[in-house]
Design a protein around this ligand. Structure first.
Ligand SMILES: Nc1ncnc2c1ncn2[C@@H]1O[C@H](COP(=O)(O)OP(=O)(O)OP(=O)(O)O)[C@@H](O)[C@H]1O
Ligand SMILES: Cc1cn([C@H]2C[C@H](O)[C@@H](COP(=O)(O)O)O2)c(=O)[nH]c1=O
Length: 213
């Protein structure tokens, strides 16, 4: 495979989607490869359908293991239908969330265990690991406040979880950062948007210099 998978991770409201959109205004002209943007949960028709089920606030009775398996299932489909074909075509894939979200939210937030969640995802993706991951570091309360401001009455099932859950997820991300220091790099996501964009592109340049013109 000759493309590159770059993933964007962090608490809800960290600014991942906003910053990817900003980066995309100039990044495609700076690199040798075509760039595509995708997201999880979602990114393909089937995976978006699974997304709707997972995030539906009416699905209050969803079991934690069911939730973990649904995230892994949508990821397997997304990888096989969208990500692997793009990598084979030499593209750079920006994914707004990927496996680390499951390790942090389901593995630690839901207390299913990082190793167990890693196992079902390795099966689903046949071990597809990102080349680089940017962790958007923000206090979870600040992230949730951004979401609340953005859509006060329209939070999804995960966003509706109490702050204590999101703090646990944040601690989960800290564990994952320690486990994969070479792959995951930290961005200060509390900074102004232009600054977060600059930090992100600087890290990509440093870690993957070969992709730039
Ligand atoms: N650096 C920033 N400073 C201030 N506000 C920001 C910044 N980045 C994003 N925002 C705002 O925060 C809100 C959430 O941003 P965004 O949807 O990009 O976050 P996200 O990480 O993709 O969230 P989620 O994971 O929940 O989808 C938006 O209103 C956005 O404009
Ligand atoms: C991929 C993935 C996501 N989540 C959670 C994180 C968010 O609260 C929602 C939806 O994500 P979005 O960024 O708002 O689009 O799902 C998760 O718990 N596990 C995962 O694997």
């Amino acid at each position: 495979m000759s493309g590159y998978l770059i993933t964007f991770e962090g608490p809800d409201g960290a600014g991942k989607t906003t910053i990817i959109n900003e980066i995309m205004k100039t990044f495609p002209n700076e690199v040798k490869h075509p760039v595509i943007v995708t997201r999880e949960p979602g990114g393909s028709k089937i995976s978006e359908t699974i997304r709707d089920i997972i995030l539906d606030p009416n699905n209050k009775e969803m079991d934690d293991r069911t939730e973990a398996l649904l995230y892994a299932a949508q990821r397997g489909q997304h990888v096989n239908e969208v990500i692997r074909p793009a990598l084979k075509e030499n593209k750079i894939v920006f994914s707004d969330r990927y496996i680390d979200s499951s390790l942090a939210y389901q593995g630690v937030g839901r207390e299913l265990g990082i190793n167990e969640v890693q196992m079902i995802n390795d099966f689903a993706t046949d071990h597809l690991t990102p080349d680089l991951t940017l962790f958007f570091d923000i206090d979870p309360a600040q992230g949730l406040a951004r979401i609340e401001k953005l859509r006060p009455d329209n939070e999804d099932r995960l966003e509706q979880e109490k702050l204590a859950f999101h703090e646990k997820v944040y601690r989960g991300y800290q564990q994952i950062l320690k486990k994969y220091p070479d792959r995951i790099k930290v961005v200060d996501a509390s900074a102004p948007i232009s600054d977060v964009v600059e930090q992100s592109v600087k890290i990509i340049r440093k870690q993957l210099p070969e992709i730039f013109k």
